[in-house]
Design a protein around this ligand. Sequence first.
Ligand code: FES
Length: 137
Amino acid sequence: MTNPADMATPHASATPAPTVYVCVTCRPPGAPDSPARPGAVLAAATEQAAAGTEVEVRRLCCLGNCSRGPSAALRCNDSWTYVFGGLDETCADALVSGARLLARAADGILPWRGRPEQLKRGLIARVPPIGFPGIDP
Ligand code: FES
């Protein structure tokens, strides 16, 4: 896993756009190192898939899902955050479609209906938004 200090982003800013974060240092478990990391290939494909849409694609180093990469996360204001693994460049369109679906979800939850198949299989975690009140015990 990448040292968190290496991930400092002094220019980070809040954005209302649905965003796909793609880990560019990911490679599948056991895969040999290569000049073009599969995560970087996925990032490039996702940037291409998002061109002309409202979806932003941002590259980062490590989502903490190294053993189940390549990895990406979907974020949207006031929505849950979704982390996916086991991806490859064929998942780029699914990531963009998922981000758009999440942005339209009134309850902030990525709906199962209409969710691209790759995003049904590869879910690693979902994280509630800041301010989520929790549930009654
Ligand atoms: S290298 Fe850690 S999640 Fe990609």
